[in-house]
Design a binder for this molecule. Structure first.
Ligand code: AGP
Length: 604
């Protein structure tokens, strides 16, 4: 996730901005840059890499903007780092978000003679403003019109060499103004400037702010001036980094609606899935007769859920393999086989080795990664990014749900390509998928019901997680989450397998957590629940909304929002993530950095 900061005031922006930008470190980044007003020009400095040890070469200035980039369009290079400039160097822009219509805009601008130097979507913005200024528009008018012409999401900071103001605009990406004494800040979040001021104005979508000694906010579509409230931040600097959440994991759990939105953005058009990442691969994809998904840990669980979705939608056999096992077998793979490699970090050693093995055997390899430019992304034939933003907590949460979304999109893409499913069915799934961010929000909004359950059961030393169909891998994922952050023993399995042995474990110290939503195995699950209760076990259920029958049958219920059967795993996992989090928190575990674990497992 990119981070942006702007400053206008009495201090030297060239010295101040690097230290503000460092406060946004936790957002993750791969390159950075600055622009300051250096009358009569704008001075710019950009670098690929990290801010560690960086000292600015910029001239002294009272006005500037800065950016850390988390690459989404174009590789990690100095040229792709922000700020981006207009042809004449008079406009500098930093951008957080994704401009969906950038390729059309770029073509139009090129035809008008604009020259582009980067591969980014963001670079269209300074050129659009430059074009409008050339038509005689004022700086503010030019920014307003530009904002109106952009599709997608953005938080923007803009400098114009002719003006001593900076302009900020927001649509879909966060932006907050810090109101200080004789100085003002604008940033992606308050962490960047909290040591200087705790008085803030949160910008809303479609708003633009003109920042100099004063702050003026207006709606960029109507130009109407707005009377915005100044709020007081109550957090300290450390809490601010986590946007007020106690841990990154909790922040990332609650970020899932936004991450899902970003993951879907621009990927569904006119009732179809659009994946430019697969461009040029259609002929090969039409020939495949088998899909193998390889991954480790939570990413493997995403693959297991996808097995159900893909087999139902695409009608091809799907196998899901631990990357570590795949690489040491002699897997039957040929050029009719599609291998999908799933890895949040893109650096997991076993997954990388499996990818190389699959390529050697002639398979087409598509990876699903969250980290741009990671080794797995670079070595795959095509990569589709999750766009979840950096995941800092070791326990994977938003990466998991966005992996599931990408896997669903790939399934629908293949279904459309090989005509394996009626169009209406695909459309029905697509429209439910577009509602998922809202449904996720409704589900995490019920976090209090999960906290109450955690408070009751946190001392139990064991837990069984049970589910059927696409919710069986969610039971595995729920158990893994509890294990890795609370160090409690938990086992996940198919609810149907319980009677083949594990039921012997049931006693009052082993709560059984069932994913028991309304689907085709609902009645079977109800029978499994009775089997547990008959043996003195306690049942906690993840249930469909207003399922009174379930409420009457079990000790505790965590409800999810309503969606279609195939997409339920995107919601059923949320209370299980929260349950693991709250139990680990009550047990005072080191949640973001659990013992013995690393975020990216680069050893075999
Ligand atoms: C999940 O919470 C884990 N920390 C772990 O299982 C992880 O999913 C696994 O190591 C794979 O990582 P990757 O997605 O980065 O390849």
């Amino acid at each position: 996730m990119c981070g942006i900061v702007g400053y206008s005031g009495e201090k030297n922006a060239s010295e101040l901005l690097p230290s503000c930008l460092r406060k946004l470190d936790y957002r993750g980044y791969d390159s950075f840059g600055f622009a300051v007003q250096a009358n009569p020009t704008i001075a710019v400095e950009k670098h690929a890499g990290r801010l560690d040890g960086f000292t600015s070469q910029l001239p002294e200035s009272k006005l500037g903007i800065a950016h850390t980039r988390w690459a989404t369009h174009g590789s990690v290079t100095e040229k792709n780092a922000h700020p981006h400039m207009s042809c004449d160097g008079s406009i500098a822009v930093v951008h957080n978000g994704i401009i969906e219509n950038y390729s059309e805009l770029r073509e139009q601008l090129k035809q008008q003679g604009h020259k582009f130097v980067s591969e980014t979507d963001s670079e269209v913005i300074p050129h659009l403003i430059e074009g409008l200024l050339a038509q005689g528009k004022s700086f503010e008018e030019a920014v307003r019109e530009t904002c109106d012409s952009l599709q997608g999401t953005f938080a923007l900071l803009i400098l114009n060499k002719e003006s001593n103001k900076l302009v900020a605009a927001r649509k879909g990406s966060p932006l907050v103004i810090g109101v200080g004494k004789n100085e003002n800040f604008v940033a992606s979040d308050v962490t960047a400037f909290i040591e200087f001021t705790k008085d803030v104005i949160f910008l809303d979508d479609n708003e633009l702010a003109i920042v100099d000694g004063n702050v003026e906010v207006q709606n960029f579509s109507t130009g109407k001036k707005l009377d915005k409230k100044v709020s007081k931040i109550e957090w300290d600097a450390e809490q601010a980094e986590k946007s007020g959440y106690k841990h990154f994991m909790l922040k990332e759990i609650f970020e899932q609606p936004e991450a899902a939105q970003k993951c879907l953005q621009g990927r569904i058009k006119d009732g179809k899935v659009v994946l430019p990442e697969l461009e040029g691969r259609d002929e090969k994809l039409k020939e495949i007769n088998r899909v193998i998904i390889v991954a480790c840990g939570t990413s493997w669980h995403a693959g297991l859920v996808a097995e159900y979705i893909m087999e139902e939608l695409v009608g091809l056999p799907v196998e899901v393999e631990y990357a570590s096992e795949f690489r040491y077998r002699n897997p039957i793979v040929d050029d009719k086989c599609l291998v999908i490699v799933v890895s949040q970090s893109g650096e997991t050693a076993d997954t990388l080795a499996a990818l190389r093995e699959a390529k050697k055997k002639g398979a087409l390899v598509i990876s699903i990664c969250n980290v741009m430019g990671s080794t797995i992304a670079r070595e795959s034939h095509s990569t589709i990014y999750n766009r979840a933003g950096p995941e800092i907590g070791v326990a994977s949460t938003k990466a998991f749900t966005t992996q599931l979304i990408v896997l669903t999109l790939v399934s629908l893409y293949l279904a459309d390509l090989i005509k394996s499913n009626p169009l209406e069915k695909q459309r029905e799934i697509l429209s439910a998928l577009q509602e998922i961010p809202d449904k996720m929000q409704q589900t995490v909004d019920e976090s209090n019901q999960v906290l109450a359950i955690a408070k009751k059961y946190w001392e139990k030393p064991n837990a069984l997680y049970l589910g059927r169909g696409p919710n069986f891998p969610i039971a595995l994922e729920g158990a893994l989450k509890l294990k890795e952050i609370s160090y409690l023993h938990a086992e996940g399995m198919s609810a149907a397998e319980m009677k083949h042995g594990p039921i012997a474990l049931i006693d009052s110290d082993m709560p059984a957590i069932f994913v028991a939503v309304k689907d085709k195995t609902y009645n079977k699950i109800l029978a499994n629940i009775e089997e547990i209760k008959a043996r003195g076990g306690t049942v906690i259920a993840v249930a469909s909304p207003a399922d009174k029958e379930m409420e009457g049958n079990v000790a505790e219920v965590m409800h999810i929002a309503k969606t279609i059967e195939l997409l339920q795993p995107l919601l059923t996992v949320l209370p299980l993530q929260l349950l693991a989090y709250y139990i680990a928190d009550i047990r005072e575990c080191d949640i973001d950095k659990p013992r013995n674990l690393a975020k990216s497992v680069t050893v075999e």
